[in-house]
Ligand binder design. Sequence first.
Ligand SMILES: C[S@@+](CC[C@H](N)C(=O)[O-])C[C@H]1O[C@@H](n2cnc3c(N)ncnc32)[C@H](O)[C@@H]1O
Length: 193
Amino acid sequence: MRGVEQIPWLYDGLCRVLEWTGLERWRAWLVKGARGRTLEVGSGTGRNLARYDHALPLLVAVEPAADALEASKGRRGGALLVRASAEALPFREGAFDTVVSSLVFCSVPRPEVGLAEVRRVLAPGGVLRMLEHVRSEGRLGGAFADLIQPVWTKVAGGCHPNRRTEATVEAAGFELSERRANGSMRRFVATPR
Ligand SMILES: C[S@@+](CC[C@H](N)C(=O)[O-])C[C@H]1O[C@@H](n2cnc3c(N)ncnc32)[C@H](O)[C@@H]1O
């Protein structure tokens, strides 16, 4: 399904506005904590790539949308760009010390499968750093997100505005820390239990 997420110029334009109004700081927090061999899942047009520490020994970005992956070329020399899904990561067990996701698990069709894959490729002591938007905790906000979900998902190209991603991450066997909330935006570190 081709929606905003699969149209790089449009997605980048929207992101620029969101970053200017605050998302920039959360992106900076997300990548600043990456250590060791790092994998970003659902890297999109690569808006985080240039922000990673150049001392990282390995930076791999995985993205299933060909146009988005193409747009991310050149954003970070040395990063390995791989066309793949979070639901079937083409890496061995324990290959990464940090996995990063930003605004991704709202779109992964089977988030529980993607999170099991993330867990599999994390080395012992590894961490998942996430920045995601989730279903509003308010009764009205939550009901509104449920109402608009079918149209939203079509227009956005797979995004669900009403996912309880934190609960899904916990159910996948992670413990959350460093959690911050701002409206329906969340950022946190998830450590395998
Ligand atoms: C809202 S965009 C976020 C892009 C980027 N992470 C960012 O922060 O700008 C959601 C991304 O998730 C990707 N996505 C959708 N299904 C996926 C899957 N199964 N595995 C990995 N990424 C997926 C989409 O192609 C899209 O690039």
